[in-house]
Design a protein around this ligand. Structure first.
Ligand SMILES: NC(=O)c1ccc[n+]([C@@H]2O[C@H](COP(=O)([O-])OP(=O)(O)OC[C@H]3O[C@@H](n4cnc5c(N)ncnc54)[C@H](OP(=O)(O)O)[C@@H]3O)[C@@H](O)[C@H]2O)c1
Length: 348
C-alpha cells in the first residue's frame, strides 16, 4: 500500500498547480440563507446547500489524529464527548494515516449520530501504478477501502482530494464519484481543494459540495469560489478554519505544514493575534476571532482539527458568541486586501 504524507500532498498540489448582527442575520447574507437554527444552548445548524442536510457549524477534521498518531483512548474520549455535545460532521481522508480506522473504532457504534465525509485520490493498491489513484477504477477502489476502514455501508460524502485542474478536466475521477453515488456508496460527491482547481470544480457544476481553505490567513476563496458556490447552492466546508492556530508559535514552527500561515500572520500583524489576546481562550481572543471570522463567510461548517479531547466543546462555545462586529470583520478583510500579494493563494 502506498500512503501519502501531508507534506507529499502539499508538495504535489503546489507543484501542480458583518457586526452587531445575529448569526441568523449573517446567515441571510452568507451561508444559510434558507435555514439557520439556534436553539438555546445548542450549536447553530446550517443547511448544507443542495444536500439538504442540516449540520452543525463546527465539525471535526480528522487529519490531526492520523498524522499525530493520537492514541485510540484519546480519540475515543474526544469523539464521544464531541458527539454528546452536538458534533454531527466528521471529515477524514484515505491518506490521513489511520484516521479512518481510529474514527470507526471510536464511534462506529454511533454511526447514526453523525455525517461521515472522506476523500479519494492518494491511495494506490499494491501492484498498481501511482496514477491509478486518479482513474475511475482507482476512485472506486479507494471508496471500497474507505467503507471497510470506516465500518459503514454508505458515506454521506466522498470528495476528490485536491487533484489539479488537468486531472479534473480529464473527468474520469469525477465519473468514478458519480458511479459511486449511483451505486449508493455515497449520498453526495464533492471537491476538496483550493485556488484555480477549486474554481474549476465549482464552475463544472458536477459536485454537490466544496471543501476549501477559509481563514484569517487564507482569504482567496472568499472572492474566488465562495460566491459561485453559493449561486450553485453547493454545500461548503471550511478546512483549516482556525489557520492552524499559528499565533501560538513564538518562532517559525517546526511543522512545515504550518509555516506558510505563520509567515503570513507575521505580515498581517492582526492586533487580536498577538500579546495577551493570542493567549486569550475566549471569544475575543485569537482563536475566537479566527473561528467567528470563518463562520461569517459563505460556509456551512468549519472542520477544526484537534487531538485534544476538550477542544471541540471549547470551540463550540466560541461559536456561540455569534458573529464579529462589522468593524472587526471589515478590519480583517481590509488588512488582508492591503497586505496579501497575488501569490497568497489558497493553501491545500
Ligand atoms: N486538502 C484537503 O482536503 C485538506 C487539507 C487540510 C485540511 N483538511 C481538513 O481540514 C481539517 C482541519 O484542518 P487542520 O487541522 O489542518 O487546521 P485547523 O483546524 O485550522 O487547525 C488545527 C490546529 O489548531 C489547533 N486548535 C484548534 N482549536 C484551537 C483553539 N481554540 N485554540 C488553540 N489552538 C487550537 C489544534 O490544536 P489541538 O490539537 O491542541 O486542539 C490543531 O493543531 C483537517 O483535519 C482535514 O479534515 C483537508
Amino acid at each position: 500500500m502506498q500512503e501519502f504524507s501531508r507534506r507529499t500532498l502539499l508538495q504535489s498540489s503546489a507543484a501542480l498547480a458583518v457586526g452587531g448582527l445575529s448569526w441568523r442575520t449573517i446567515a441571510a447574507h452568507t451561508a444559510s440563507s434558507s435555514a439557520s437554527s439556534i436553539t438555546g444552548d445548542t450549536i447553530e445548524h446550517r443547511i448544507f446547500g443542495k444536500t439538504g442536510l442540516s449540520i452543525a457549524v463546527l465539525g471535526f477534521g480528522g487529519a490531526e489524529i492520523g498524522y499525530e498518531n493520537t492514541d485510540q483512548k484519546t480519540v475515543d474520549e474526544l469523539l464521544n464527548a464531541a458527539l454528546d455535545a452536538g458534533l454531527d460532521v466528521v471529515d477524514t481522508a484515505e491518506c490521513y494515516i489511520n484516521s479512518e480506522e481510529q474514527i470507526a473504532r471510536a464511534i462506529g457504534h454511533r454511526r447514526k449520530d453523525y455525517h461521515l465525509f472522506t476523500k479519494v485520490g492518494h491511495w494506490v493498491p499494491d501492484g498498481q501504478p501511482k496514477d491509478f489513484a486518479w482513474t475511475k477504477d482507482g476512485v472506486l477502489a479507494s471508496i471500497e477501502r474507505s467503507l471497510k476502514r470506516l465500518n459503514t455501508d454508505v458515506l454521506e460524502l466522498v470528495q476528490l482530494h485536491s487533484c489539479n485542474v488537468d486531472i479534473l478536466k480529464r473527468g474520469e475521477c469525477i465519473e468514478g464519484l458519480e458511479a459511486a453515488k449511483k451505486a449508493g456508496k455515497t449520498r453526495f460527491i464533492g471537491y476538496s481543494g483550493d485556488a484555480a482547481a477549486a474554481r474549476f470544480a465549482v464552475e463544472s457544476g458536477r459536485f454537490d459540495t466544496l471543501q476549501t481553505s477559509v481563514n484569517i490567513c487564507d482569504q482567496q476563496s472568499i472572492e474566488l469560489t465562495l460566491p459561485m458556490a453559493k449561486e450553485k447552492n453547493m454545500g461548503v466546508i471550511a478546512k483549516r478554519p482556525i489557520a492552524n492556530a499559528v499565533w501560538r508559535y513564538d518562532a517559525p514552527p517546526k511543522n512545515d505544514y504550518h509555516t506558510e500561515y505563520y509567515s503570513r500572520l507575521q505580515k498581517l500583524d492582526y492586533d487580536f493575534a498577538k500579546g495577551n489576546r493570542a493567549k486569550d481562550a475566549g471569544p475575543e481572543g485569537a482563536a475566537g476571532i479566527a473561528l467567528r471570522f470563518t463562520l461569517m463567510q459563505h460556509v456551512h461548517t468549519a472542520i477544526v482539527g484537534t487531538s485534544n479531547p476538550k477542544r471541540w466543546a471549547q470551540n463550540a462555545g466560541l461559536t456561540k458568541a455569534g458573529p464579529l462586529t462589522d468593524a472587526q470583520h471589515k478590519s480583517i478583510r481590509e488588512t488582508w486586501k492591503k497586505t496579501a500579494p497575488e501569490n497568497w493563494v489558497g493553501q491545500v
